[in-house]
Design a protein. Structure first.
Length: 333
């Protein structure tokens, strides 16, 4: 959120900034740091980000419109992965600046495949900034200098930015570096806008984050979350509210509480590939599913500043990740 009043004698700047890289380099963490609030989910599991997430940051006369993309997939060929790659490619066509995120001191074949996308004819003339993330993970900071020299030989980058996305000062420094590359044009969004995604979408993403974080490597990546019902206080007498599913003891969790208003009632389904995966999500006596629901509810209440009543279900849909029709019905374009 902007805290500075634009100077009246300076032109406004506004531009689309794509955040690209292989899976697990910290793109979503970087987006949250640049926006100043959590709008994109994070976990150690690859392919956590599956949709194009847009986040805005307005400060001074500049409005940054960041586009977080899924990590470009090179290992799997299922329909889900092909869809994720199409999302990455479509995001690059309209942007003004590209942040190519890699891990400081590392550059492998998956990174090279993403870099190749940035060197196509369609990308010519667009500034690409190399963001060497996770700098704090290097044993010696001095190791980054020879590595940066090798990166200079791989491609022509507009800027080299070693940083750690978890450090607010580094995020502020990156904003200052990006700003001159934004075109001089009117802002695209209101000054206090943070994302173009709906509350319904954010609810599904937060639940999926907790699912990934609390199942670790046990659960394969072929699982997703579908929001079946989303009703705000004041809409509780609507037909949609009346049609909300009732919890069952086999695979549901109910989490609610807190004195704040308004109240949002959410019913969601966790979709998995196999019956065994359903047991992994529910856990012994339903304890894991209850924890997923509780942690998701707490994050959503912090995000919206109001109460949340959350029902979670688990259903098996074999082969959904390789079925184009299922992908479309679950919100994957």
């Amino acid at each position: 959120m902007n805290t500075d009043t634009p100077a009246p004698d300076l032109p406004q700047r506004c531009g689309l900034v794509a955040i690209v890289g292989r899976p697990n380099v910290g793109k979503s963490t970087l987006l949250n740091a640049l926006v100043g609030q959590k709008i994109s989910i994070t976990s150690d599991k690859a392919q956590t980000t599956r949709h194009r997430i847009t986040g805005m940051r307005t400060q001074g006369t500049a409005q940054f419109v960041f586009v977080d993309t899924p990590g470009f997939q090179v290992k799997h060929t299922a329909a889900l992965n092909r869809t994720l790659n199409r999302t990455v490619l479509s995001s690059l066509g309209d942007v003004d600046v590209v942040l190519f995120v890699v891990e400081a001191g590392r550059f492998g074949a998956p990174d090279a495949k993403v870099l190749a996308l940035l060197q196509t004819e369609a990308m010519q003339g667009k500034p690409v900034l190399l963001v060497a993330n996770k700098l704090d993970a290097l044993p010696r900071r001095s190791d980054v200098l020879p590595w940066l020299k090798t990166m200079q030989e791989r491609a022509t980058f507009a800027e080299f930015v070693p940083m750690s996305a978890t450090r607010p000062a580094d995020a502020a420094r990156l904003l200052a570096i990006v700003e001159p590359y934004l075109p001089e044009q009117p802002w695209l969004y209101e000054e206090d806008a943070l994302t173009d995604r709906s509350e319904r979408f954010l609810a599904g993403e937060i639940i999926r984050e907790k699912l990934f974080r609390l199942t670790g490597d046990e659960l394969p990546y072929q699982c997703t979350v579908v929001i079946d019902n989303f009703v705000e206080e004041g809409e509780l007498d609507s037909p949609q509210a009346a049609a909300a599913p009732q919890p069952s003891p086999a695979g549901s969790a109910v989490a609610g509480g807190g004195p704040a208003r308004p109240l949002r009632r959410i019913a969601a389904t966790i979709v998995v590939e196999r019956e065994a995966h359903k047991g992994m999500v529910i856990g012994q006596s339903g304890e894991r599913l209850k924890r997923i629901g509780s942690e998701a509810r707490q994050d959503l209440e912090r995000l919206w500043g109001g109460r949340v009543f959350l029902e979670l279900w688990v259903k098996v849909r074999s082969g959904w990740a390789d079925d184009e029709a299922h992908l479309r019905s679950y919100g994957y374009d």
